[in-house]
Ligand binder design. Structure first.
Ligand SMILES: [Zn+2]
Length: 91
């Protein structure tokens, strides 16, 4: 049986490498908006995070998120991301 190569992506919060499907993509749209991309298919620059509010917090604190997206992220957007992540965590 052939082993399929699984693409790994690094969480910008805890820096762990995981399968793409275990991570959530944070996307910077061509319009410069920062959103959670639940489908993982939208166009734009992306960063990956575990499905975890703690990792989102870390990524904000260590600036990993802003660095990956090459953009400072305004507080109101961060709050929206945290709310959305929380609803995903609870799901
Ligand atoms: Zn993580």
């Amino acid at each position: 049986m052939k082993t399929k190569k699984i693409p790994l992506r690094k969480c910008v919060g805890c820096q762990e490498r995981k399968e793409k499907k275990e991570l959530i993509r944070v996307l910077r749209t061509p319009e410069g908006e920062v959103v959670l991309d639940a489908t993982g298919r939208a166009n734009g620059r992306g960063a990956y995070l575990c499905r975890s509010g703690a990792c989102l917090q870390k990524a904000i604190r260590n600036k990993g998120l802003a660095r990956s997206l090459e953009q400072e992220i305004p507080d109101n957007v961060l709050e929206a991301l945290q709310r959305e992540m929380k609803s995903l965590e609870d799901a």
